[in-house]
Design a protein. Structure first.
Length: 188
C-alpha cells in the first residue's frame, strides 16, 4: 500500500547511535565549524563554505517558521550519548513522487558507519512518513565516500548531470542517485 503524503515528520528521528533533530541557536558554533571545514565542503556545490556564511545560513534556517507541515527539513545530527552537533542533513519534499536527501558529518566521525545510519534514517522517514515514491540524491562525481555510502544504502546511479551547477566560476558535475519505494522495501 502506498502511504499517504502528509509532509510532516515526527522529530527527532532516532538511529541506534544518532539523534536527528531541528537545528537550534545553541548549534551555531558547531554548525559554523562543520561548514567551514574544507574536508566537509570540498564536494558540496551548495551551502556555506566559511564560518560567517554558515552562521548566516543557520540564522536563515532558524528564522523559518517550524510548521508541522513543511517542504524542507534542515536538521542537526548529534550522538545520543553526548549532546552537540556532529553533522547536519536535509530532506526536501519535491512532490508526493519524490524527496531529496543531503547529509554531512564532522570528519572526526567518518569511517564509523554513522553516515549509513543517518542515510537509512532519512530514507525511512521519506518513505514511511512522507510517503514518497522515490528518494534521490545528487553527489559530486569525485565524492567517493558519499557515492559508496549511497550505494551501500541501496541507491543506484541513474544519470550523470554535467554542469549541474556553477558556483564562483567553477562548474560542478554530479551523479543523480535514487531508490524507489519498492527497491527500499525489498532491501534486506
Ligand atoms: C558522506 C559522508 C557522510 C560519508 O562518511 P563515511 O564515514 O564514509 O560513511 P559511513 O559513516 O557510512 O562509514 C563507512 C565506513 O565506516 C566503516 N564502518 C566502521 N564501523 C561501521 C559500522 N558499525 N557500520 C557500518 N560501517 C562501519 C565502513 O567499513 C566504511 O569504511 P571505509 O570508509 O573504509 O569504506 C562523509 O564523507 C561526509 O560527511 N562528507 C562531506 C559531506 C558530503 O560530501 N556529503 C555528501 C553530499 S552528496
Amino acid at each position: 500500500m502506498v502511504a499517504r503524503s502528509v509532509r510532516t515528520l515526527s522529530l527527532p528521528l532516532h538511529t541506534p547511535r544518532l539523534l536527528i533533530r531541528d537545528l537550534e541557536p545553541r548549534d551555531e558554533d558547531a554548525y559554523a565549524a562543520l561548514y567551514a571545514n574544507r574536508q566537509v565542503h570540498r564536494h558540496l556545490p551548495f551551502g556555506a563554505r566559511d564560518q560567517a556564511g554558515a552562521r548566516r545560513q543557520l540564522a536563515g534556517i532558524l528564522a523559518a517558521p517550524k510548521r508541522a507541515r513543511r517542504d524542507a527539513w534542515e536538521l542537526g545530527v548529534e550522538l545520543q550519548v553526548s549532546p552537540g552537533l556532529i553533522g547536519a542533513c536535509d530532506l526536501t519534499w519535491h512532490s508526493s513522487r519524490e524527496a531529496e536527501i543531503g547529509y554531512l558529518l564532522d570528519p572526526a566521525y567518518w569511517g564509523t558507519g554513522l553516515g549509513i545510519e543517518l542515510v537509512r534514517a532519512l530514507l525511512a522517514a521519506a518513505f514511511t512518513e512522507l510517503g514518497v515514491a522515490r528518494v534521490l540524491a545528487h553527489v559530486e562525481v569525485s565524492n567517493r565516500r558519499s557515492i559508496e555510502l549511497l550505494e551501500r544504502a541501496g541507491l543506484a546511479w541513474e544519470a550523470t548531470l554535467r554542469r549541474f551547477a556553477q558556483v564562483d566560476s567553477r562548474w560542478w558535475d554530479v551523479h543523480l542517485y535514487s531508490v524507489t519505494r519498492e527497491q527500499w522495501n525489498s532491501d534486506p
